[in-house]
Write a new protein. Structure first.
Lengths: 379, 379
């Protein structure tokens, strides 16, 4: 087996120096021969998710970014302000690989039956360091895709689909009956609406533009409020009364929005109360911040009652704590509904070198709604 | 029995008018004859806690307060700004009684054995509307005090003692091993330190003045940091590393402090990590806001990791959810340690009329550390 293997794998690396420079580059690293329970995947499609950008460009000020290197081996460097440097203290001086997920063909496999079963198959992977040509992974980090599935179709099976499914699982596990979601016209937000429509879970969508309302209406969303509207708070409270949502997932993180959700949930609960309680409604409300599109602080005003909760949220610990049957059910659903509920559409497919073209990077780093880039490391 | 009963009970009332005026007054209301499971308590001592002030003066601007009425029947009125009015929407136009807790003598009791057992006893009560001469309560809202206990000694058995005990119970129930507490030199903070010292629970105290450090050192507190110090964040992180505290209780609520606790907990966790994770340490951190000495919004910056939680906290729902044996254990401990761990000291004892003297109200509404007022409605 070993003699057929590629020896090196070109990959994107990100480094923040202790002096405050972000340095992105392409590097060639030796390919690791798979152990008994491992497979070697030729990566054919790997998406650029907001969470990947957090690692790739981190706290750097990308308006200072400059292009270096050559067309085939580009580099990008940028200044990291003091605040960003402090937040990234633990990674200073370490060259890191990027890319949470992706899909590709298993071109070598370890001796175990589980590994051998994947040989030659198109698999989807959650591995980290996927922005490279060849990635060695444990079999538990891969799922076989149905025959005929392309890498593009299978590249985004984990982060967005499982996160969206985990919202509904979390809602049920914690005894809530409806959801509110912000940045709701995102790729993830659209999946979440499709899941909720299918499962009969009321969902209130918060967007900030008319076009985003239209996107969501187009896929059948019923409850949409626009945070740019003058009547936003009133609309939000009415939407929460209508849906009964007492749990929210917020992709923005910074600024007033998460606090507004909590205030509006408490106001909605108060509308249903018969007697005054000075401490608040007593209704348990929960907002999870699962993204930080806005890196400024989150603001929680008084007036949220006393049974409110604002928390961080990440898929990985959810999956670690979930019962095996829950994980299995989620995985199965992603595969079953890969071309419907969980279909991803890419604005553009780029090579590893193109991903480090400064103009291209500015384009995907804008995180525009409906825009999503795919890297094809072996194109 | 009924012919010995007082017919009316003088009491403090608070009203916020829809037009935006706070009106405090003394009113005389009919005494309710106790039902089978009820007792009538002659209230002899009832403390003014910060939580009582929240109901008494609410969102009013007390710099606009003016005195009215007579010396024996004083009134106070003040303007309520738009923000305060919005927050108090649910209570507009309702005259409300004040006073969470207090102690006094049972002067009449219903027919049930539980009620009869309390007749003639000094009891401590959690009833609301305690700022009055006579209060009819269900037996479950009263605890008999040991013979010889004065109303002053027994007036504050519930709010601060049970809240302090509930912090340690919550810490254990949620799998944490140490606490951080803000406004730590308060009456409640001192009780909490005594509990933690006795139970061997490490506690990190956050104060803002040198005198408050001295108060806590005087009762044996080991870990104290001062938020006014230039090295506050560094001291806080070191204190969290030393104590291992990953749960905090914050009495301030508004401003940066709660967020600083979360940031520092994450920084302390990162100091113990071997490998970089871009999402954060993964250590579960929890800060509860149990008071709002600062009514401005709470600020949570990025950099708190992904397993952080910021929540409201109130004693009542804790007690409602607690197992009966937990409640019983807590109550027993308060009574057993009434003159040691849970001893309250009062700056001044005032009558109902004196409590509505404007100068006196300004004095207790300042919520100065170590200052606490007691109302003696029957003095």
């Amino acid at each position: 087996m070993a003699d057929q293997l590629p020896e090196t794998s070109l990959q994107i690396r990100t480094l923040v120096t202790p002096e405050g420079k972000l340095e992105l580059s392409l590097e060639s690293a030796p390919v690791k021969v798979p152990g008994p329970d491992q497979v070697l995947v030729r990566v054919e499609g790997t998406p650029i998710n907001p969470s990947d950008l957090g690692l790739l460009v981190g706290g750097a000020d990308m308006s200072t970014a400059v292009q270096g290197g050559t067309k085939d081996s580009p580099t990008i460097s940028a200044d990291v302000p003091a605040g960003g440097l402090r937040a990234m203290k633990a990674r200073l001086g370490q060259s890191l690989g990027v890319g949470n997920e992706g899909a590709g063909t298993v071109i070598a496999a370890g001796d175990s039956p589980a590994a051998q079963a994947l040989l030659g198959k198109m698999v989807t992977c959650l591995g980290g360091n996927m922005y490279q040509e060849y990635r060695t992974l444990h079999v538990s980090q891969c799922m076989a895709l149905p025959d005929g599935t392309t890498a593009e179709q299978g590249a985004s099976c984990y982060v967005n689909p499982l996160t969206a499914l985990s919202f509904v699982e979390t809602m049920k596990a914690k005894g809530h009956s409806a959801l509110v979601h912000t940045a709701a016209a995102s790729n993830l937000g659209q999946m979440l609406n499709k899941i909720c429509l299918k499962d009969g879970v009321p969902i209130l969508n918060v967007v900030r533009k008319k076009e985003q309302e239209d996107i969501l209406r187009g896929i059948g969303a019923k409850h949409i409020v626009n945070s740019s509207s003058d009547t936003f708070m009133e609309d939000l409270i009415s939407g929460l009364v209508e849906t009964g949502a007492t749990m929210g997932f917020d992709a923005i993180g910074g600024g007033p929005l998460a606090g507004q959700l909590l205030i509006a949930m408490e106001a909605a609960a108060n509308r249903k109360m018969k007697e005054y309680s000075r401490y608040g409604s007593g209704t348990e409300t929960q907002v999870y911040i699962y993204g930080r599109l806005d890196m400024s602080p989150s603001i929680v005003p008084a007036g949220v009652g006393f049974a409110w909760n604002l928390s961080g949220y990440l898929l990985t610990p959810f999956l670690e704590k979930a019962a095996p049957e829950v994980r299995e059910r989620m995985h199965k659903r992603v595969i079953d509904e890969l071309n419907t509920t969980f279909a991803s559409h890419y604005t553009k497919t780029v090579s590893l070198a193109e991903a480090l073209d400064l103009e291209t990077l500015h384009a995907y780093n804008a995180k525009a709604t409906g825009e999503k880039y795919l890297i094809a490391p072996n194109a």
